[in-house]
Design a protein around this ligand. Structure first.
Ligand SMILES: NC(=O)C1=CN([C@@H]2O[C@H](COP(=O)(O)OP(=O)(O)OC[C@H]3O[C@@H](n4cnc5c(N)ncnc54)[C@H](O)[C@@H]3O)[C@@H](O)[C@H]2O)C=CC1
Ligand SMILES: NCC(=O)COP(=O)(O)O
Length: 333
């Protein structure tokens, strides 16, 4: 007997003045070529019509998304006060992006959506309206009742997956935010996430150093021995395949990447620079450690090109496909 079809995916449009609406609309346009399952958008329908002439179907029940999807792009409409102008973020738009995120996460938590895919939001705009989380990752974790240290922000592309231990914090705070417990928790969330979402039975994790040349035996810093090594030992004691601490400058070339399924890095740019250098056009951000599936494209709001029909939808398409694939893995398990 074939498995029951999964509910549609919920895709929040992100900031209405950013490129989220455009890339979601382009995904619907190219749904066959991109091999996308049915999804429903959540956000201000006017942000779609500002940048797209295609058909929009307003729905208020996710069960209508499947049939509507053949007719037009189904949307749960959230009005954002005055309609936003592409490229000109506003306070109302920030509230709309947060409302859309909240609703889309709620649909996934209730089982009305099989996963949530989040469009790009501006953290600066969200912070300005009192958003207290570093990013959407931590917001979704909180809504799911998971402590933020037990989730992992993975950036995934065809030949590389990376996870930063510290995420959106000033660089000078990184050393004092790192501790063996946090590195271990992120490592464990990553390893379990590889099993649960990607079906990798015996995952291999590479853990980076913090300092140049992995600290050069202590001459260039002690974090490797004091913080990272104890976390590696603890994960190995649980039976996981873990290597490191590896010098960050030599762990991302092709031969090195073939040795592991994911790289755990100490800070944001250490993880995201190699991923975006290799796979910017198709990079996916997936939150591991949640009871629901949440993915996002790797890029941001790109206010500089919003409304110019220049936004590349491939990362959003990859995020939608990965969400569907992870949801299917979980359903099968
Ligand atoms: N998942 C999310 O919600 C994310 C949100 N952001 C937010 O986005 C805002 C802007 O961040 P930036 O660092 O400028 O990164 P960005 O990704 O928005 O833009 C960087 C550069 O790449 C270009 N670009 C980005 N996506 C593109 C696409 N799909 N097609 C063609 N060109 C594209 C932009 O035009 C810009 O020149 C920030 O406020 C940040 O908080 C950033 C990353 C992820
Ligand atoms: N640089 C990655 C990023 O900003 C994604 O953050 P989040 O909003 O998905 O937590």
């Amino acid at each position: 007997m074939s498995p029951a079809p999964l509910p549609p995916l919920a895709v929040s449009l992100g900031d209405p003045a950013g490129i989220g609406p455009e890339v979601v609309a382009k995904c619907w346009d190219h749904r066959s070529a991109f091999n996308l399952p049915a999804f429903l958008a959540v956000g201000d329908a006017r942000s779609l019509s500002a940048v797209w002439d295609g058909p929009i179907v307003t729905i208020d029940d996710p069960r209508d998304a499947d049939s509507a999807f053949d007719v037009g792009l189904p949307i749960f409409h959230i009005p954002a006060g005055d309609a936003d102008i592409p490229g000109q973020p506003s306070v109302a738009g920030a509230h709309c992006s947060l409302d859309a995120l909240e609703l889309a996460v709620g649909l996934a938590r209730s089982g009305s959506a099989s996963a949530v895919v989040t469009g790009p939001v501006s953290k600066q705009q969200l912070y300005s309206i009192g958003f207290v989380h570093p990013g959407q990752t931590e917001f979704v974790a909180e809504r799911c009742g998971v402590a933020s240290e037990n989730v992992a922000m993975m950036l995934a592309g065809p030949t590389l997956r990376t996870v930063p231990v510290t995420t959106h914090v000033p660089l000078h705070e990184v050393p004092r935010r790192l501790n063996p417990g946090l590195i271990e928790a992120r490592g464990r969330a990553t390893l379990r996430g590889l099993q649960r979402n990607f079906g990798i039975a015996d995952p291999r994790l590479a853990i980076s150093a913090l300092n140049p040349h992995a600290g050069e035996g202590g001459a260039l810093g002690n974090e490797e021995q004091d913080l990272i090594r104890p976390a590696i030992d603890a994960l190995r004691a649980e039976g996981w395949h873990v290597m490191g601490p590896l010098s960050a400058d030599t762990m991302f070339h092709e031969a090195a990447r073939s040795q592991y399924d994911a790289a755990l890095c100490m800070y944001h740019d250490q993880a995201l620079i190699p991923l975006k250098a290799l796979h910017f056009e198709e990079g996916v951000n997936i939150t591991l450690g949640l009871p629901i599936v949440r993915t996002a494209p790797d890029h941001g709001t790109a206010f500089d090109i919003a409304g110019e029909d220049r936004a590349d939808p491939r990362a959003m398409a990859a995020a939608i496909r990965m969400a569907a694939s992870c949801a299917a893995h979980r359903a099968a398990a």
